[in-house]
Design a protein around this ligand. Structure first.
Ligand SMILES: [Zn+2]
Ligand SMILES: [Zn+2]
Length: 292
């Protein structure tokens, strides 16, 4: 199998010194679950080079001051690392023969993806994940944050799914990235519309039209969604549309690397998936699922 979504920094931590030993530990843990290749995909918003480009984008939203302050604090805490050093470390791990791909989890910045793409094109990435983590200034997936949850209580669930799907469609259309990460992340707080069919249809269409792959991730089992990303009906739509799929844990620490990979493998097979997408130098290479 493949684990194409891994973070080296724990969620709250911005100070951990990254090392080749840590990457080697990730590879060892992955191998225990039958994973032959991992992609390191740190958040773009960790890096000062990205923060310099996107600026205080949240100030353009019409969200209330508490919501804007919350994301401002988040960026202040997290955007402290050097992109050059991260890419060099991942490259060195690869040179040393570890089964590693150099990747990035790229957030969607409305109207700013051209600049983001230009920055990323200066680095030797193998794979770029594309993610929608906020709507305006609202970090809807930060479900431990009371400011975020107040919004979940105040907003209409259908409207949240509509806004999220619109942002995913925009992100896909920019073609900045290779893989749509956790494609139905909007279910992360466990708030599901009565009938999500329209949004599932549109997410699958967006992936197909962009030529991007989509991610089958075990991370949803760890949160209030209580199921993998994407939901089975959306996974079936991706497969029916011929959208290539990766598998992923979205681990932020070593003991979660390749978490529930066996369950993902079973789900992939039972849904009729026959291959997984791997990437090298941003070119997709399909690998027969039977051989994994
Ligand atoms: Zn993410
Ligand atoms: Zn992630």
């Amino acid at each position: 199998m493949l684990d194409y979504h891994l973070h080296l920094w724990p969620h709250e931590d911005a100070e951990t010194w990254l090392s080749i030993d840590q990457i080697a530990d990730y590879c060892e843990e992955a191998a225990k679950h039958g994973v032959v290749e991992v992609a390191l995909t740190e958040h773009l918003h960790r890096f000062t080079q990205a923060a310099d480009i996107v600026g205080k984008f949240w100030e353009k939203s019409d969200d209330n001051p508490a919501v804007q302050e919350s994301i401002a604090n988040y960026f202040d805490h997290h955007a402290r690392s050097d992109l050059d050093a991260y890419v060099e470390l991942a490259s060195e791990a690869k040179r040393q023969g570890l089964p590693v791909k150099i990747g990035m989890e790229v957030d969607y910045y409305q109207g700013q993806m051209e600049e983001v793409g230009t920055l990323l094109s200066q680095y030797p990435f193998d794979v770029l994940l594309g993610s929608v983590h906020w709507i305006g200034a609202w970090q809807f997936d930060d479900v431990k944050n009371p400011v975020v949850m107040e919004q979940w209580d105040a907003r209409d669930v259908d409207a949240c799914w509509e806004a999220y799907t619109g942002a995913m469609e925009e992100l896909a259309a920019t073609k900045t990235c290779d893989v749509l990460a956790h494609p139905d992340l909007i279910k992360c707080a466990g708030r599901i519309p009565e009938n999500p069919t329209e949004w599932w249809d549109r997410l699958a269409e967006a992936a197909k039209n962009s030529g991007m792959a989509a991610e089958l991730s075990s991370a949803g089992w760890r949160n209030l969604a209580h199921e993998q990303y994407p939901a089975v009906p959306l996974l079936e739509r991706f497969i029916a549309h011929g959208v290539p799929m990766t598998t992923a844990s979205d681990a932020h620490r070593v003991d979660r690397v390749a978490e529930r990979m066996e369950d993902l493998q079973r789900l992939a097979s039972s849904s009729g998936l026959t291959s997984l997408a791997s990437f090298e130098n941003r070119q997709r290479v399909d690998i027969d699922l039977e051989g994994l």
